[in-house]
Design a binder for this molecule. Sequence first.
Ligand code: GDP
Ligand code: IMO
Ligand code: MG
Length: 426
Amino acid sequence: MKLDILLGLQWGDEGKGKVVDILTPHYDVIARFQGGPNAGHTLEFEGHKFVLRSIPSGIFRDDSVNIIGNGVVLDPVLFMEEASDLEKSGIDLHKVLKISNKVHLILPTHRLLDAALEKSKGSSKIGTTGKGIGPTYTDKISRNGLRLGDTISGFEKSYKEALKRHLDRLEEIGEPVDPKVLEDMEKKWLGAIEYLKTFSIIDTAYEVNGLLDKGKKVLCEGAQGTMLDVDFGSYPFVTSSNTIAAGACSGLGVAPNRVGDVYGIFKAYCTRVGSGPFPTELFDETGKKIRDIGHEYGAVTGRERRCGWLDLVALRYAIMINGVTKLIMMKSDVLDTFDEIKVCNSYRIGSQITDEVPFVMDEKIEPVYETFPGWKTDLSKITDPGQFPEAFKQYIKFIEKETGVPVVIISTGPDRAQTIVLSEIG
Ligand code: GDP
Ligand code: IMO
Ligand code: MG
């Protein structure tokens, strides 16, 4: 059996949570493979709204298996908050969730380091979510990290060593930690580790491969987006993991030849939260209108998301890097009232026109736009693709022509019900 991957093609917040929820009935297993509580995946159905951060979006079906793979970084305290809220709302999380013994743990001092390092960067800060993601992956790659499996026995020594290293570094940056504050944070963190240990902690590589061998269908749920990938995104304004399709292989322990479909999600426009290049960003009333209608505020931090037109140069690049086989377009309804809709199809850099993402993505990039008439129709009420207005059909057709990939799902509102499936999925 093949494993399918669903991931964001832009700068995150494309609507991955909603789509995993839509696709879940077609799969037996949903697995997260990278990122951590920097993610905020929103699901809305039957009058409920949930924002998931570290937990896969398949948990609302009690016959699903949900896996947090080795590529994820987990904050025990935030995990406990998220998990206990879900359990309070009636989800039997202990039944449906399995966690890799190889996930790396976010320590309270990783979060302090994240904040201190951002502060020390001044105006060139990344604008991180402040969840300790960068420092935790740094420790993992420099072979100093602590894994969940390490907490089972003899973890005291490596914990103390990590703590000392972090405290020394914080002192060095001029952000010493008050011992009382540290003591409180430590107590909470150690308590949360005990809670984490009540879950099924296993070697998820054997689990996922075993499930595939048994003919089970696996969907990998990406976090962040391709333009935030540590190798292929707008470095250094990126997150610290591989958000691309290849990340699912290393973040779960599955071979590339087991990958089947790659679902690429994008919004009908673009957003970005945090600093860094964004060629089609709109600083005018149009950008504000997209933000207002799309409620473009961060699910984790509440920060304003920067908004702009769809960028096909970046989208084609993301499709290439990920081997996307099926496209899913989100938030189409947000553009319902616009007279004109623009799409960037190439970049002008000085006197050159290019359709490739350059090494340096900076303000020298001038987007070259194609303009489409708005569809001026309330898409959120449409239930059948036959009812789509002609201008909207042309918009989709243009994207398919320019990317060479079919659009299989159109999302026309935040609710599960506001979804139009154009061709077979799952
Ligand atoms: P994720 O991180 O990719 O899962 O996306 P987020 O949950 O951070 O952000 C997507 C936001 O858009 C959430 O508030 C969703 O409820 C909302 N949303 C998802 N799809 C649609 C849609 O088609 N239309 C509208 N208006 N909102 C949507
Ligand atoms: P989901 O999964 C949007 C951004 C941050 C910052 C950069 C680095 O909900 O799409 P980090 O805390 O990871 O070190 O921050 O990445 N970022 C996201 N932006 N959606 C996300 O996740 C994000 N996770 C991180 O704003 O610019
Ligand atoms: Mg999000």
